[in-house]
Ligand binder design. Structure first.
Ligand code: PLP
Length: 389
């Protein structure tokens, strides 16, 4: 009688529940567990952002705003898209939502029908397939591995697309792999997409400011401007500006899609938090120099992790080009632990919480986040080495 929906039944509860439960149990029992499982910077939110929020509160900015966001934030987001991603877009083609996550949810719910297919390269961000399933569509998985830099090839994309394909979800730099598509590879994918005019592309560039390579960040709508009218570029402040709790995401795309997302948002949540929007204006228009320092600190941690992990027998990780994760292959250890969840449980008993590759549509490995305090990170790496010795 009191049943939940068929749509809800299509999404899986978090695969990592058992691991999280065990971590809580161990902590409650007094164990010291170092968490390398969360995807958020450990740096404090910049003070000028915090001040802007206080000022907004004092000024009484506590009411509903326009559904797609305040004029000030859409303007600031246009600046961000131009300055940081090279995308020229008017504020009218930008929508502000409660995190990048909500933007992706809105875009899928507003466009997918049962029977549609969505192409997602794996390992993928955990929410992509669940959102697609909730919308009633099917996932077409493209497998990638460390040997291919966790990036898809044009041939793989061509083979994955069918007449039912509606979206390609592209994430660069990627979570969980850190894989980052260079401009020429995006242009090659664009060639394939030109042959399939019905396919939309969601370019999730939320980690763009956290790139360790040389040169500018490459993004599909800049590399293939003729495709821009079917590309939704998702960005935000959560990862770049240590503002995960603010829940602000910004997306740029064709007018019809931005309008469709706004129509849905108007009934789902309305505007994103007014105070957070004021904070995001400060994040986009205020000083950006500190990001260079943060990126440098992440780079040092990345190098420390890659060196430590690759020194442990049976573990291997490529060097991630962006974001703050290492995707670690642990295939030689699978015989001992059964599968990657068994391995992750074992690491937990040794005081480190990580996420199994299977949670991301991968296998035989795990992901660590290096957005953690340097000393704790070093200790966690020692514990992983000890646990697998
Ligand atoms: N896209 C990717 C690839 C992510 O890793 C995340 C957060 O983990 C998001 C989008 C969503 O970020 P937000 O916190 O802005 O909703």
């Amino acid at each position: 009688l009191l049943a939940t929906s068929a749509a809800l039944a299509r999404i899986r509860p978090s695969r990592t529940n058992a691991i999280t439960d065990r971590a809580i149990e161990l902590r409650e029992g007094g164990a010291d567990i170092i968490s390398l499982s969360v995807g958020e910077p450990d740096f404090p939110t910049p003070p000028h952002v915090v001040e802007a929020c206080k000022a907004a509160l004092d000024a009484g900015d506590t009411r509903y705003t326009a559904v797609p966001g305040t004029a000030a934030l859409r303007q600031a987001a246009a600046l961000h898209f131009q300055r940081d991603l090279g995308i020229d877009v008017p504020p009218s083609q930008i929508i502000v939502s409660a995190g990048g996550k909500q933007a992706i949810f809105l875009a899928m719910m507003a466009t997918l029908n049962p029977g549609d297919e969505v192409v997602i390269p794996a390992p993928w961000w955990v929410s992509y397939p669940e959102i697609v399933h909730f919308a009633g569509a099917q996932v077409t998985k493209i497998e990638t591995d460390a040997a291919s830099g966790f990036r898809i090839s044009p041939d793989q994309l061509e083979a994955a697309i069918t007449p039912a394909t509606r979206w390609l979800l592209l994430n660069s730099p990627g979570n969980p792999t850190g894989a980052t598509y260079p401009a020429e590879e995006l242009r090659a994918l664009g060639e394939v997409l030109r042959r399939h005019p019905r396919v939309l592309v969601m370019s999730d560039d939320i980690y763009a400011p956290l790139r360790y390579g040389e040169g500018a960040h490459a993004t599909l709508s800049v590399e293939c401007p003729d495709l821009a009218d079917r590309i939704l570029t998702v960005s935000g402040v959560s990862k770049s500006h240590a503002m995960t709790g603010f829940r602000i995401g910004v997306s740029a795309g064709p007018q019809w899609l931005i309008a469709a997302m706004g129509r849905l948002q108007s009934h789902a949540s309305g505007n994103a938090c007014s105070i957070s929007q004021a904070g995001a204006v400060a994040a986009f228009t205020g000083p950006q120099e500190f990001l260079t320092d943060w990126r440098e600190r992440f780079r040092v941690r990345r190098d420390m992790c890659v060196a430590a992990i690759n020194a442990i027998p049976g573990l291997h990780t490529p060097v991630p080009d962006g974001a703050f994760y290492c995707m670690i292959d642990a295939a030689p250890h699978m015989a001992r632990f059964g599968d990657d969840e068994g391995l992750v449980m074992h690491l937990l008993e040794h005081g480190v919480a990580v996420v199994p590759a299977s949670a991301f549509g991968g296998r035989d490995g795990f992901r660590i986040s290096f957005a953690a305090d340097d000393a704790r990170l070093a200790e966690a790496l020692r514990r992983i080495a000890g646990a697998l010795a």
